[in-house]
Design a protein around this ligand. Structure first.
Ligand code: UT7
Length: 336
């Protein structure tokens, strides 16, 4: 019997500190009105001193394991999608394995920036269908605040920190991840980037103290307008591609779970799918753009609100620096 890869648990974690637009008004020449009107963002969570990306990932993983009724010893592999690893090496996934008390099984990170979680699900789905692993922890985790220039109003207002996780299980029953499409085009790499060395600020520091000049490295740089246009275009093509590939009518999709970069980008994709906004997972106003964590955070938010029913058809999608973009179609296997 062919195997299908099901989501059997979900969880997330947000650092305690909340930074509102009004807080940023007192730091920079910006306004709550501008940020809300251009992005839909009202606040974001920010890591504290001594809080690492792996710490966020560990809490999200614990919540997902609890939700699945499993322990770390039941897991065969950990994959962490992050663009803000604790350090260049070892991987954040190895650190997460250690902090969760696991050992022996494989761990690695995947770096596809904001599309990292969608890429990770696509990769793990293929490997688990081929029989390599039975149960996996797939985590998206970021401390974006550590690679921002807190003097640059055009980028620092856009991002936040957090983590989301799912537990996957390969089973013979129908459902789970139906399929994925992933793409990349490095010709646009200069439109959105962060230079080495990485990460920009030491986890021992408060990220809000981090400025380009003081650390001597370049932080996130973006030509926002051009990124915006490409994101809307590519995400529109993507929904056509993934539904066409799997012979699914767009009207069959119950929930859109998009990357949370900008409310206007999400709205454009929902319009393309003719989906009302009350069928869209929306966390951008409270989480901002948490890069690889944004899709699993939005998924867990929807799940915790009790909105997902067993058998619902979900579309995850994301677009990020590179550019890299991708989507997964998922039949929801969990009960509410
Ligand atoms: O997750 C990865 C993918 N990333 C994205 O998808 C982000 C895509 N881009 C965007 O979301 C939008 O382009 C932004 C939200 C970044 C910017 O919105 P925009 O409508 O494209 O504004 P803009 O860049 O054209 O800037 C308009 C003006 C500029 O002033 P001038 O030159 O027109 O006088 C900026 O200097 O807004 C100014 N501005 C600000 N003003 C107040 C830029 N940032 C701010 C700010 N507060 N924080």
């Amino acid at each position: 019997m062919p195997l299908n890869v099901h989501i059997i648990g979900a969880g997330s974690y947000l650092p305690e500190r909340v930074l509102t637009n009004h807080d940023i008004e007192s730091m920079l020449d910006t306004t709550d009105e501008w940020i809300v009107a251009r992005t839909g963002i009202s606040q974001r969570h920010i890591v504290g001193k001594d809080q690492h990306t792996s710490d966020l990932a560990v809490w999200a993983a614990r919540h997902a394991l609890d939700d699945a009724g499993l322990k770390i010893t039941d897991i065969d592999v950990i994959l962490v999608a992050t663009t803000t690893p604790d350090m260049i090496f070892p991987s954040t996934a190895s650190i997460v394995q250690y902090k969760l008390g696991g050992e022996g099984f494989p761990t690695w990170d995947i770096q596809a920036v904001c599309s990292g979680f969608v890429y990770a699900l696509a990769q793990m789905d293929g490997m688990m269908r081929a029989g390599m692993f039975r149960r996996a922890l797939v985590i998206g985790a970021e401390s974006m605040s550590r690679i921002l220039d807190w003097n640059d109003r055009s980028t620092c207002v856009l991002f936040g920190d957090g983590a989301g996780a799912v537990v996957l299980e390969a089973r013979e029953e129908e459902g789970g991840i139906i399929g994925s499409v992933i793409h990349s085009d490095g010709a646009h790499r200069h439109l959105l980037m962060a230079h080495h060395p990485h990460p920009g600020a030491s986890p021992a520091d408060d990220p809000l103290d981090f400025h380009v000049d003081s650390a001597g490295v370049a932080a996130v740089e973006m030509r926002g307008n051009e990124v915006f246009r490409m994101a809307v275009g590519k995400l529109g093509e993507l929904v056509e591609e993934i539904t066409g590939k799997h012979g699914i009518e767009q009207s069959e999709i119950d929930w859109l779970v998009p990357h949370q970069a900008n409310f206007r980008i999400i709205q454009a994709t929902a319009k393309k799918l003719k989906m009302p906004m009350d069928r869209v997972a929306l966390t951008v106003s409270k989480h901002a753009n948490t890069s690889a964590a944004s899709v699993p955070l939005a998924l867990d938010d929807l799940y915790r609100e009790g909105k997902l029913k067993t058998g619902d058809l979900l579309l995850f999608e994301a677009f990020g620096a590179g550019f890299v973009w991708g989507a997964n179609l998922v039949r929801w296997s969990r009960a509410c």
